[in-house]
Design a protein. Sequence first.
Length: 482
Amino acid sequence: ATLPRLAGRSIDGAPIEWPHYPRRFDRRICHLGIGRFHRAHQARVLHTLLQQGDAEGWGLCAIGLRGQDRPTLDALRAQDGLYSLTETDGASRRIRVIGSIMQCIDASSDASEAIATIADATTRIVSLTITEAGYCLDANGRLDLRHADIAHDLADAASPRSAPGLLVRALELRRRIGGHGLTLMSCDNLIDNGKRLRTALVDLARARDPALAQWIDAHCRFPCSMVDRITPGADPERERALCEELGVHDAAPVLCENWLQWVVEDDFADGRPAFERAGVVLCDDVPAHERLKVGLLNGGHSAIAHIGLLRGHRGVHEAMADPLIAGWLATYLHCVAETLDAPPGIDVDDYCASLTRRFGNAALDDTLLRLAEDSSAKFRQTLLPPLRQRIARGMSVDVLARAVALWLHYLARLPADGGDYRDVAAAALVPLARAAEGSSESWAFVRTALALTEHEAAVVCAAVDGHLHVLTQSGVAALATP
Ligand code: NAD
């Protein structure tokens, strides 16, 4: 009833697009983690396919596992799953009403409906964007059986709290009713994300029922994927202004950049939409794309987050306008790039140049605090692989150790409760960071924060200790200088 009010409306010269397809499905993709990125990325891709007539019968079921998802799910339900997606290159905007989310389930307090839906034969794919921490993996990439949510799910499998717990329970039911295997597709920023998801589920299943673990391993598929589209957090003021411009109230709008990349391994258990018709790359060489993107884009984000906040900036584009930080980013990217083999057809220098442009997109108003969140999990994905490579090849770790020292320096300045900074490891790391800074000895911090061998930690700490000394003597700028 509301959509026709958008007829004839345009924003920045482009008409507003809305769904022209039937919003019914008989082949379901359940998506865990109904955050903003999913709505800017996978839901947009499926919308494009449906709009083109290339994915008839496919639809998304959005499942929230956390209380934080409830407002989004309520807003989406009240709007029949519809929401506006604004894509911007900084100069102009393009707005679409996305219609690919056709069902919403709140699993935060009762997971039974989500479990039954995933077990149902109409569900062909389960995808996830639950953040790096949502996989409950330990520093060695195995399921952390001591994680509070996993311990809970082992004791009470019928009411799971974790994503692995919910999925294993749903697969158990699917197997019991004689269902097909499923495709479980991680879209989180984890290197080898499909393999990690497989490990999380198989480890949990094995701890409960080895036969179930075997069935999952044999019948389910876990394609790896590389996903890329910068999608900042909510901004109520910006969203209010958008609704005024649209002339329609939207309680779940999403803003993102106009860049979209998705590379997926073509390994699906029970069919998939023709993703390639919306520009998705299906190939066997996903890890090379992941390493490039996670190392440079996500690594670059983490590298500028702490120094940007330490220098008093709030927005990513503001930090990028600070020549010291732009220079530091270039130094960091160069150091990581030296450890990467570019996937065919990709020029790493061009890729780095595109990142500098994308990070400078002022219209996104992305925040440094969002980039800094969960740094303990992010650094293990972004900084650890190049760090290990450099140590193994006998190359200098100076620049990467500077990034660690800047993070430590940032943590040491936080209030005891972490303030606005969100990171599951903050309570453990903030006291260690303070102690390290007081003594210029980073050993305990580095061993806890990064899963390094003793030899690797010794190499890294020698460099970090020197940088801590420089930081306390001369300040942040001294470390960022090439
Ligand atoms: P968001 O804060 O909007 O949403 C996070 C989602 O993850 C929510 O649905 C939340 O409930 C869920 N979640 C958080 N912790 C969880 C846990 N322990 N178990 C289960 N669910 C949990 O964030 P977003 O922008 O949607 O990003 C989510 C993830 O998507 C990122 O962590 C990253 O891996 C990936 N990603 C994001 C971007 C981006 O630019 N935002 C780009 C590429 C990839």
